[in-house]
Write a protein that binds this ligand. Structure first.
Ligand SMILES: [Zn+2]
Length: 304
């Protein structure tokens, strides 16, 4: 149910943050809260597609969240946060610019939250985006939805007794990806540099690269220990083992496509040879279908 929900509604990203969200029915979507300890929690959609997973950090100074889904989800996010701490949301951190992660920015700002993101998130949200691959356009976001504080490499929030490290990573899903570490809680939100249980979506038109997924997974694994709680952009809460399993799949796919390119086949011939047939069952029922993944990896490697 969740998977097909994600598939159906990730088209919402494609269709456009704001416009698509208006058309989708969020009335049956609920948020499930999982407390990760030390004042950090994960919110994930159940009963339908809610958008990306949300992290919440709460405590003496007030709630901070990572990502804010869509406008219709904002009252549900606020209610879930209020159940953890009855205080207004002070900061929102965006992991990247896609509409299912930044869609709630405008009402969040309106309610007094300050929004943080990598400078490319603000840049891409500020202009009309057109995806040739998806044949869809996403209009520029209104000024009131844009991040207020932008950074290049990263920024640290010392808040709620927690050290929140927001770190820009090399282009993976897009060229504006951040991973957010909650050091005391030993938890990290990886945005869409990690989707748990699915093929990655490499948004090559927004600067994404296949190699970046491997690097960003390795970057987290190098710092993680057995107890690290990993919040993926989509899918259930993960362990370092789950992330390593995802990373290994991406390494495998990349090497198969590299061999395909080296063999002299055209991309179409390579896709027709069903080179990922054995992976499809485990990974191919999310947003990315096998053939789409192959073509994105192929184009990502060709663009180097
Ligand atoms: Zn995304």
């Amino acid at each position: 149910m969740r998977r097909s929900g994600w598939w159906a509604a990730c088209a919402v990203w494609v269709a456009a943050a704001a416009a698509g969200a208006q058309e989708q029915d969020f009335s049956k979507v609920e948020l499930k809260t999982t407390e990760l300890g030390a004042g950090v929690a994960m919110l994930e959609g159940v009963g339908g597609f809610a958008g990306g997973n949300v992290a919440v950090c709460f405590g003496a100074d007030g709630p901070v969240i990572v990502d804010d889904q869509f406008v219709p989800m904002v009252p549900k996010i606020e209610a879930a946060v209020r159940a953890l701490q009855d205080a207004p949301i002070r900061f929102v951190i965006n992991t990247h610019f896609h509409g299912d992660h930044v869609g709630g920015n405008e009402p969040m700002r309106g309610a007094g939250a300050v929004i943080f993101a990598h400078e490319n998130v603000r840049k891409r949200m500020s202009i009309d985006q057109f995806s040739k691959i998806m044949n869809r356009s996403v209009p520029a976001a209104p000024a009131a939805a844009l991040p207020v504080v932008t950074f290049t490499d990263g920024i640290t929030l010392n808040w709620n007794g927690e050290t929140i490290r927001v770190e820009h990573v090399a282009p993976a899903h897009t060229d504006g990806d951040s991973q957010i570490w909650f050091e005391k809680a030993n938890a990290v939100h990886m945005g869409d540099t990690f989707v748990n249980g699915f093929y990655p979506f490499i948004d090559i038109e927004s600067g994404g690269t296949v190699g970046g997924f491997i690097d960003s997974a390795n970057r987290v694994l190098a710092r993680a220990n057995q107890k690290t709680k990993i919040i993926p952009g989509h899918g259930p809460l993960a362990t370092p083992g789950d992330l390593a399993h995802f990373r290994d799949m991406v390494v495998d796919v990349k090497s198969r496509v590299e061999k395909g390119i080296a063999s002299g086949k055209t991309m179409e011939q390579f896709i027709a040879s069903k080179p990922l047939a054995d992976l499809e069952k485990e990974w191919g029922d999310g947003f990315m279908k096998t053939d789409q993944l192959i073509s994105l990896v192929w184009m990502s490697l060709k663009a180097r």
